[in-house]
Design a protein around this ligand. Sequence first.
Ligand code: OXD
Length: 315
Amino acid sequence: MRHAVSSAPTVLLLSTTLDLGYLVEPMRDALPGADVRLWPDADPDSVEMAICWRPPAGVLAGMPRLRLIHSIGAGIDHITADPDLPDRPLCRMIDGAMAAGIREYVLWSVLYFHRDFDVAARQRAQRLWRARAPVPAGEWTVGVLGLGAIGLGVAAALRDLGYRVRGWSRSPKQVDGVECFAGPEGLVPCIEACDVVVSILPLTADTRRLFDREVLSRLRPGAAFVNVGRGEQLVLDDLLGLLDEGHLRGAVLDVFEVEPLPPDHAAWAHPAVVVTPHMASRTDRRDIARQAAENYRRAVGGQPLIGRVERERGY
Ligand code: OXD
């Protein structure tokens, strides 16, 4: 059965982990007349657009008029995790400010290891005054895993700072000044010569638990690992083991399989690990509302959607 399209739709904000109340006003401004509601306060039969972060499983399937499912972030894995997700257009945020946030976070992380801030932090605890001559950026190799729009910006920024940059993506890419590798067979050749490897990968069936002991131990001794992709991609115990054994130098981790990271998790206290609370970037609420409203209008008008995700590909 086809349902009529309304110019004043019911928009539902759903999350099991975040209070999305901060989006109500911006959404009303961006889509005048819309009835903007916070889950579970809505009649499922009336919802035409769902804006989500980790929505409750099975709930979207019970919304017969749903035209569009929108993520508030760049990732959609927290939505596709729903085994009953209905077959409706799914969009993610395309956001320059978010890309800039991730770029800044990664530049900090790379400099943290390259310029020995990790060593200085440990020495500070012992009041130890000891410095080694900086290694020129051109003698440092950084691997950027994931060459979508965000990863490309990161790779270009690192290249422009003078680093030797390697990039890895699912399908072959050519990036000026970046040595590119692709496909499963390209991963180890890409990472094995890196001083630091940065993952910005989306979570898919292929990237889940990708960084396990086998892959991480192919990093050169003394290399560091940075994760701004998804926690589910890293077998954290394997990483901690390789740090304890001294094979790896350190890690900066912004994402975790369970968020918030439980207070008793060993990663918090590990001297070689920097834990940050999924803070690399955050999309401005007005930008989320603007893109979701624009996509709703496009969906109604039958036009191409911004940030539409290919479900089979997973991003
Ligand atoms: C996102 C994120 O998906 O913040 O945008 O992780």
